[in-house]
Design a protein around this ligand. Structure first.
Ligand code: ZN
Length: 287
């Protein structure tokens, strides 16, 4: 796991930019990218000179989602080493559901929680495809700027799973549209995501990074403590409405789906009905 999967930049005073840098793989999220993103967010958090963090991506597409040829279960030892005690969980190297659940909980769920709760404003700049696990990278940020060519989808119901590990869908889209999004696996445009309130602004592709940076500069001019407490106040509002608990509960149901697939297909799932939008191999894989 030596491949550099993200770049850390300081594009302006007070601003850090974390860039997904696997463009040749459509920025598919392998475990190294999760660990590198986690480290980059931590670096930005701990640097008092940084007031706002941008999450961006190289290439045509923001991200094709989890790299299902290279998933967290393959890195159980690293998982245990990297975040001891964070999730209060263990058993990353256990067989079957035990290790799978533990690895996904730590790798996909707890990392998303840390990024969502990070005490500095975050802005995600999304272009091209943003599929399934990539939605989590965007949703945990405070603001989302999308280019006009951005397209959002979560096709995992197609292969027998109840949405990605972080079920932000009802919170981002509203319950009724979230059901349509998941039931149909349809690909939604940036404009539709904007209409539903999931995206703050839609801008031309060649203006995306400048727009995000200008917004970051505007926010960075505000007092850091007020920004932190404003973020916390709004996140707490969502938590008091049940967001955190419902996402935890949905994660368990997600794993009930994995277990069903495990029983039916062995250690994998039926990917024969996968839509072409998903960047996945033809062969059955874990996910
Ligand atoms: Zn999963």
């Amino acid at each position: 796991m030596s491949e550099a999967t993200v770049r850390y930049e300081n594009p302006a005073p007070g601003i850090a930019r974390i860039v997904l840098a696997r463009a040749d793989k459509h920025n598919a999220i392998n475990p190294q990218m999760i660990f590198d993103t986690d480290a980059a967010f931590n670096r930005a958090l701990k640097d008092d000179a940084v007031k706002v963090i941008i999450l961006a991506a190289d290439g045509k597409n923001f991200s094709a989602g989890h790299d299902i040829a290279d998933t967290v279960e393959n890195y159980a030892a690293d998982m245990q080493e990297r975040s001891p005690g964070v999730s209060g969980w263990s058993g990353f190297q256990e067989d079957a559901t035990h290790g799978w659940y533990a690895s996904e909980k730590e790798g996909y769920l707890e990392s998303a929680k840390r990024w969502r709760n990070l005490a500095k404003p975050t802005i995600c700049a999304v272009q091209g495809k943003c599929i399934a696990g990539a939605l989590v990278f965007a949703w945990v940020c405070d603001l989302i700027i999308a280019s006009e060519d951005a397209k959002f989808s979560d096709p995992v119901v197609t292969f027998g799973v109840s949405g990605v590990e972080w079920l932000g869908h009802p919170w981002e889209l509203g319950a009724r549209k979230a059901k349509e999004f998941l039931f149909t696996s349809d690909v939604w445009s940036a404009e539709e995501a904007h209409r539903l309130g999931m995206v703050n602004h839609v801008v031309p592709r060649d203006e995306l990074q400048d727009f995000a940076l200008d917004m970051a500069k505007k926010i960075a001019a505000k007092p850091a403590f007020a920004l932190k407490l404003t973020k916390e106040a709004i996140n707490k509002t969502l938590d008091l409405q049940g967001q955190a608990n419902s996402i935890d509960a949905a994660f368990s149901l997600h794993h009930l789906c994995h277990t069903q697939n495990f029983r039916v297909f062995g250690y994998g799932m039926d990917t024969s009905n996968l839509p072409k939008v998903a960047n996945v191999p033809e062969t059955a894989k874990k996910g």
